[in-house]
Design a protein around this ligand. Structure first.
Ligand code: BG6
Length: 479
């Protein structure tokens, strides 16, 4: 007699990308250089970025830079948006490249060419009835702020960010209803360079600068929320976290406690500040144990308390299994996270463990804790696709992955979770964040572009394109 639950009316189906992974147009419109622009192609790119003495400059003799052309969304956005519309997207999650608006991050006036570009993109989306969901900062901090200010270590960056936010809010207030502040804000705990804008060479040196930088980001995020309420009372603004539920490897209480601590630190710390408006109790002990003393200015804590987010956007790719003492041989893989391998799960070609039930668990955990609407703003499968002789791309594995995760969301809705929408990651093939590869494809739309830089950039509909189109048309009834 079980009546299957339905996706609510108005559920926000769509797809997600980030400026630096699709746009290209590196030299155009007076854009400045951001972190992604100095990332070389290839699996070693994050290691290179983190190597001592890395100077954040471009060296074309030595490396290739896939983000410079990416998939050329900068020139092809009309064609791409038409394809999104054909799939029936209600929303398109994208980011604004900070360096198109403030090329060096610290100018006083915004760059008109950059502002005009996003006007064109938003207008095109609206022409097709698609609402943009905009991430204000997605791993693309201006390089100048990294090299001259030490990234988010510097309080001054809060002022620059506020200037950037004011510029985009006043320009796009009639055009964008859904905003998010920092992409995967918690990723900086494992990997500070992409989100926090600075590298750490030694483990013991990481604590103080990391959490000071976080404090600055929280102030910046609350400032954005405040401005959003003042300037766009009808808009909604969320945080964005990387969520991977942490499972204890076994029922040894030591491992359960370890997993719980990881869950608190990684999954909840940032969200607690951004959603509840307070530093949680567990982090105070952590600060003591690591001798972290935050410089907090007068008014900061009130600002954070009064300007909490409307919803939680999060990425979900995998769960994480943890035990207190682990060996290198047991390690699992991901781009930001690792734990130990879970014997019950299979992994993708890139070693990411596939766990749809983990998405249902995540939705329940997040909703139990915060009681505000959730939005799955990234989820997808990075895989090798083959174009058949007849031109088709039969990505049944991707359909299976997406279907299982959408089913898990449906279960969570039945569990009582308030879910606003779902945007599949890399709805069109793009440059992988962690490896710079084009061959790690997430798209429902194929782009003829390859790891060696070759390719016509032609777009092709994969089998999953047609499948997702029907999922949206039936509001998730037909999977
Ligand atoms: C998330 C990021 O961590 O994962 C995206 O927000 C990224 O920018 C996505 O592309 C998938 O990771 P990867 O490393 O396969 O591109």
């Amino acid at each position: 007699n079980h009546v299957r639950s339905k996706f609510p009316e108005g559920f926000l189906w769509g797809g997600a990308t980030a400026a630096n992974q699709v746009e290209g147009g590196f030299y155009e419109g007076n854009k400045g250089m951001n972190i992604a622009d100095v990332l070389p192609g290839g699996k070693e790119r994050l290691k290179i970025l983190l190597s001592p003495g890395f100077d954040f400059k471009i060296d074309k003799e030595k490396y290739s830079y896939p983000n410079h052309e990416a998939i050329d969304f900068y020139h092809r956005y009309q064609e791409d948006i038409a394809l999104f519309a054909e799939m029936g997207f209600k929303v398109y999650r994208m980011s604004i490249a900070w360096t198109r608006i403030f090329p060096n991050g610290n100018e006083l006036e915004p760059n008109e060419d950059g502002l005009a570009f996003y006007d064109r993109v938003f207008d095109e989306l609206h022409k097709h009835g698609i609402e943009p969901v905009v991430t204000i900062s997605h791993y693309e901090m201006p390089v100048n702020l990294v090299t001259e200010y030490g990234g988010w270590r510097s309080r001054e960056v809060v002022t620059f960010f506020e200037r950037y936010v004011k510029a985009i809010f006043s320009r796009y207030q009639g055009k964008v209803k859904y905003w998010m502040t920092f992409n995967e804000i918690n990723s900086g705990l494992h990997f500070p360079i992409m989100g926090l804008g600075f590298a750490i060479q030694k483990e013991e040196d990481k604590y103080q600068p990391t959490f000071q930088a976080y404090h600055h980001q929280f102030v910046a995020s609350s400032t954005a929320v405040k401005l959003c309420r003042e300037m766009m009372p009808d808009a909604q603004i969320g945080c964005m976290i990387l969520y991977a539920p942490v499972y204890a490897y076994d029922c040894n209480p030591e491992n359960v406690m370890y997993a719980l601590r990881e869950q608190q630190l990684f999954n909840y710390f940032c969200a607690d500040v951004q959603v509840r408006g307070e530093y949680p109790a567990f982090i105070k002990r952590y600060f003591k144990e690591h001798n972290i003393k935050l410089a907090i200015q007068e008014g900061d804590l009130e600002l954070i308390k009064e300007n909490t987010v409307d919803y939680i956007g999060f990425s979900y790719y995998m769960s994480r299994t943890e035990k207190k003492v682990k060996s290198a041989e047991e390690a699992a893989q991901g781009n930001i996270l690792s734990g130990v391998r879970n014997p019950f799960l299979k992994a993708s070609d890139w070693g990411w463990e596939i766990d749809p039930t983990g998405l249902r668990i995540s939705l329940n955990e997040l909703y139990d804790r915060y009681r505000i609407p959730l939005f799955v703003v990234e989820n997808g499968l990075g895989a090798i696709d083959t174009v058949e002789e007849d031109g088709t791309i039969n990505d049944a594995y991707r359909i299976d992955y997406l279907r299982d995760h959408i089913k898990a969301m449906r279960e969570a809705i039945e569990d009582g979770v308030e879910l606003m929408g779902y945007t599949s990651w890399g709805c069109i093939d793009l440059v992988s964040m962690s490896t710079g590869e084009f061959s790690k494809r997430y798209g429902l739309i194929y782009v003829d572009k390859h790891d060696d830089g070759s390719g016509t950039l032609e777009r092709k509909k994969k089998k999953s394109f047609f499948w997702y189109k029907n999922v949206i048309a039936t509001n998730g009834e037909e999977l």
